[in-house]
Design a protein around this ligand. Structure first.
Ligand code: UD1
Ligand code: MG
Length: 491
């Protein structure tokens, strides 16, 4: 348990996010495989708070369902109308009700309430922890996380006393004078409060501002005027507190987070050939000496093993790539690629594909719900759906596992050390025994016993002289004539 364990973290996520111009509530937009609010909740959890309350309002059912599915254990407070960030925090404290009151009697840090906005996804748990420590160490009534930014447009400005440097107020962009707008130090929207003082001050917040809202930021001035300690902690990296209000900022946050994730991977021994063209989700994991080539997207619970190489131009979702495997120009969803296996170039592995060690899914090969044994190769132009193939078998080029009869899907089983011919159709349900061969062009509808050769195709018939009779004078007929003359002379 952290030394400064806060009583509560309140995440503000009730706003519509009008500037996103979206059907989806702002905080449910995704970057790096997690919603904006999900990133904030994940960082907040690192503080190990007694309570984690998310204030919901706009599209609350959607946001609540999302939190319930992905972030069990978070509580929600309902803010029917978005009357401002101060009002939102008031709703959270009301939701905590008596539980909140009982915490007041606790030990160090027990009465601390940390407030974060649901739209600052880059905020790290470390920064929140540092803020909580500063707050406790300095004995502040409130500590605000600030940052110096190159462009402060839209943010609340931090106004400091010219003589002492102490924070005197936060002025919202819309309410700021020209001089205040020139200030580059801004409010990140993250605060640590003494909970009791916060509750009292929220009762005094007014709405006489340009937006007619209860601003949480006004609590600072109120506490200061009442003689309490107001502190500020300046974030080391201003990019961490980027607030997302529109899709340009959404893309910027995604880029920054991606950079952070790839840097972490590279520092841990992963080669990323061209970081600017590679995208990873927060849930992706690597072993050292993995190599990621350009144009690659790694999503969800994807794992890249030691010495494995993925890309270029590859998209893997929830896919495990075994040690030393090679995945080139491929797409895979919910697949498992074994050690030293080879995929692509130009392969598509759909859910339920399991490639054994040293197995191969080659060029223009699609697989689905298929288990491919060790060393088995499907090298070219094939569809393998609903199948089990044993070890060290070879599937000829241009084969189709015919799994669908128009109503139901059926399974094909092929044994170990089989050599099936090119252009085979395996009409499921069907089984090919161990060590069996099949002839090229066969349509396999009946089980093939182990060790036999199955031939299932029409016999070839040559009708001699057909071209001369049916296509007289054509180029084909002339070529045939010339060939016949050569045979005659040589004979
Ligand atoms: C807010 C801050 C500003 C700061 C900026 C940082 C205030 C008054 N302003 O401005 O000082 O620089 O964040 O990104 O606090 N929300 C609610 N209920 C409401 C209003 C907002 O839950 O009634 C939530 C929103 O969903 C959002 C967060 O609070 O997640 C911030 O609201 P937003 O409208 O984005 O405030 P900003 O204008 O960005
Ligand atoms: Mg905002």
């Amino acid at each position: 348990m952290s030394a400064n364990r806060p009583a509560a973290v309140v995440v503000l996520a009730a706003g519509e996010g009008t500037r996103m111009k979206s059907k989806t509530p702002k905080v449910l937009h995704d970057i790096a495989g997690r919603s904006l609010v999900g990133h904030v909740v994940s960082a907040a959890r690192e503080l190990d708070p007694e309570h984690l309350v998310v204030v919901v309002g706009h599209a609350s059912e959607q946001v609540e369902e999302h939190l319930g599915t992905h972030y069990a254990g978070t509580r929600t407070a309902y803010q029917a109308e978005q009357n401002g960030t101060g009002h939102a925090v008031r709703m959270a404290l009301e939701e905590l009700g008596p539980a909140w009151g009982s915490l007041q009697a606790g030990g160090s840090g027990a009465g601390t309430v940390v407030v974060v906005c649901g739209d600052t996804p880059l905020l790290s748990g470390e920064t929140l922890t540092a803020l909580a420590s500063t707050h406790a160490a300095d004995g502040n009534a409130v500590t605000v996380l600030t940052a110096e930014v190159p462009d402060s447009t839209g943010y609340g400005r931090i106004v400091r006393d010219a003589a002492t440097g102490a924070v005197t107020a936060i002025v919202e962009h819309k309410d700021a004078t020209e001089a205040e707008r020139a200030i580059r130090e801004i409010n990140s929207g993250v605060f640590a409060f003494d909970g009791q003082l916060l509750a009292d001050a929220l009762g005094k917040v007014r709405t006489d501002n340009s937006q007619g809202e209860e601003y949480l930021t006004d609590v600072l001035g109120i506490l200061r005027e009442a003689g309490h300690r107001v502190g500020a902690s300046v974030a080391g990296d201003h990019r961490e507190i980027l607030g997302i209000n529109n899709r340009v900022q959404l893309a910027e946050a995604r880029r920054l987070l991606n950079e952070r994730l790839l840097e972490r991977a590279m520092m841990a021994g992963v080669t990323v050939v061209d970081p600017s063209s590679v995208q990873v989700d927060v849930t992706v994991t690597f072993e050292r000496d993995a190599v990621v080539h350009p144009g690659t997207q790694l999503l969800g619970a994807t794992h890249i093993g030691e010495d494995a190489e993925v890309g270029p131009n590859t998209r893997l979702r929830n896919t495990t790539v075994g040690r030393g495997a090679r995945v080139d120009n491929a797409v895979a969803d919910d697949a498992v690629i074994g050690e030293s296996a080879s995929v692509g170039p130009y392969a598509y592995l759909r859910p339920g594909t399991k490639l054994g060690p040293k197995a191969k899914a080659g060029t223009y090969v699609e697989m689905k719900n298929a288990t491919i044994g060790e060393g088995t190769k499907v090298p070219h132009l094939s569809y393998v759906g609903d199948a089990t193939i044993g070890e060290y078998s070879n599937i000829g080029a241009s084969s189709v596992f015919v799994n669908y009869d128009g109503e139901a899907k059926h399974h094909t089983t092929i044994g170990s050390h089989c050599k099936t011919g090119s252009d085979n159709m395996f009409v499921a349900p069907v089984t090919v025994g161990d060590g069996a061969y099949t002839a090229a062009g066969s349509v396999i509808t009946k089980d093939v016993p182990p060790g036999s050769l199955a031939v299932a195709r029409g016999q070839q018939r040559n009708i001699e002289g057909w071209v001369a009779r049916k296509r007289p004078g054509s180029a084909a007929a002339q070529a045939a004539q010339a060939a016949a003359e050569v045979v005659e002379q040589e004979g």
